[in-house]
Design a protein around this ligand. Structure first.
Ligand code: ZN
Length: 247
């Protein structure tokens, strides 16, 4: 079984389509780690397309803010503007779908889905200490998280936590992580719609259970077409510029 891991789509349909094209024929089931909407110009079409692919979707902080489950007062002004614009673009049906997305951690398809951290769905996991806090208690080999928009992750074995170098080089489509016996993993497939790890290509992962491999993919997409739609929608400029930088 090959499981497609989608995260932080952020209403970027062009990036989402590029991911689905690159992954075509390579997966049997799909899951999503949240932040379906927010920042990007295509919240309705991305939400509708995701629903045709999987129902194993957990919520991210942007989904919560747009659905009105959490206030966007803590968001920076640019993110807050995007939340308000996104609300204006969604039908009552899509708003209600967003508002019923469950929080992580959630078990689905043999893995654990997390948006931020095991211990707090809104926490950004950047350090081994943060990863360790959740992995210590986890009984599952593979847990996946998003939120940071950084592709990568951690392995845990005999009380040792290790940061894994997982990102493919610029000309490579993917890099493969070979899963070791008796290890536990906390892995981030990266962001589809707004990568922030310095590589502007859309990121995703595929977990291959039969071969005990997780593939970390990057796929180029037409960034300028997304930027044009963002200008037309009057979305804030910093959000438009950062797509080309991957920051
Ligand atoms: Zn996000």
């Amino acid at each position: 079984m090959r499981l497609l891991m989608l995260s932080d789509l952020h209403a970027n349909l062009t990036a989402f389509d590029a991911v689905l094209a690159a992954a075509s024929g390579k997966w049997d089931a799909a899951v999503c780690l949240g932040d379906v909407v927010g920042y990007g110009p295509d919240p309705a079409t991305v939400s509708e397309k995701l629903q045709t692919i999987t129902s194993d979707v957990i919520r991210g902080n942007h989904d919560k803010a747009v659905a009105g489950i959490m206030t966007s007062d803590d968001f920076n002004p640019v993110a807050k503007m995007a939340v308000e614009w996104t609300q204006s673009q969604l039908s009552p049906e899509l708003m209600s779908w967003l508002s019923t997305l469950p929080p992580g951690p959630k078990k689905a398809q043999g893995v654990v889905l997390i948006h931020g951290a095991f211990q707090d769905e809104d926490e950004y996991v950047f350090t081994p200490a943060q990863a360790l806090e959740g992995l210590l208690d986890s009984s599952t080999v593979l847990s996946f998280f998003g939120h940071t928009h950084h592709q990568g992750g951690f392995s845990y074995h005999e009380s040792d936590i290790e940061v894994l170098p997982l990102r493919p080089r610029p000309m490579e489509p993917f890099s493969a992580l070979h899963l070791e016996p008796d290890h536990k993993y906390l892995l981030n497939p990266g962001s589809i719609g707004q990568p922030r790890d310095g590589d502007p290509r859309a990121a995703f992962a595929i977990a291959d259970f039969d071969h005990k491999i997780v593939e970390f993919w990057r796929v180029p997409y037409d960034i300028s077409s997304v930027q044009s739609r963002m200008y037309e929608a009057n979305l804030p400029e910093p959000l438009i510029f950062r797509l080309a930088l991957g920051r």
